[in-house]
Design a protein around this ligand. Sequence first.
Ligand SMILES: [Zn+2]
Length: 346
Amino acid sequence: MLNTSFFPTSVPPRPMGHYAHIILLRETDSYALFQTDGELNTARVQAGLADKNRTLITRITMFKRKQTTPERLSGRELLRRYGLVSPLQADTSDKKADARGVQVDANGLPICDYNVDFCKQCPDCISYGFAIGDSGSEKAKVFSDTGYSLTPYDSSHEAFTLNAPYESGTMSRQGETTSRINEQDHVRPQTLFPAVVTIRDATSALFLYVLTNILRTRRYGAQTTRTGTVTNHILGIVLADGELFSNLHFTQSLYDVLAEADQIRPGQPVVVETALQAAHTLAANLIATEPIAVSQYLDGSELTTFLDNIGQRTRTEAGMRELLQAAQRDSTTYHGQYIQKTKGKK
Ligand SMILES: [Zn+2]
């Protein structure tokens, strides 16, 4: 089981070096779009680290916000679903401030409007942080970094021509061809993005909140499409006093292991089970070489038991509510101790 005594009992005001790392492989389950300005994001980087020729390849990248935003939104949806945060937007006329200075609706629920007017007290605000002009900011306790596709861009993308035919099903009418044709690059299904998500100085309840968001989030990338589903395979949880290897280092090292085993083939996806097993062994080896003190590395069957346990809780409304309420207790305590007071002094 996860050693919950590792986590601080309340969120400290200054960094205290309690790092909980979630090591995962993100796998696209359908065609995804991780893009800016209509183009897939890519980076030119070394294929692996072992290769003496330092061969460069292009990899598809999944920017930090493309990972954390959907996870935040999953959690925020649950906070509204279970009545911990108001469903109202910030610019509502019937809002008033409660004794703590938090804007609340007629039912007394805090109004937390994402990127517009954060409530500064809910589990989302405290875990992932917020910045609202001159009315305050909170540093994120959840750190993540750009993810890189394990396989090269060439094997990991596919260009689609998106047609919008006439009702007859044809692309032309009265001799004129429709101009409603669009070409779009997609990330192929079964493309893997090795990643580490780090949560610093969170209580165990806030850690569980962040972990649940990762486990439940299925849609990443462009939000308007019906594609873009992703499965997050959790390989391990590391409790330590410092930071772990980067996503790029992890990706390049995994590439080396799989290339050595002849598992990286042009135009082919990597077998997920093979990648998971290799990543599992690799992660343990990489952790052992990091200059940090690891107090627990939860993996294998113990991790499965732990995740099953969380699953049992989140599969019932009562269990889910309890998990969210525990996170809310810790976030409001932090708000009361360190955010509300500062505001009063101004
Ligand atoms: Zn909030």
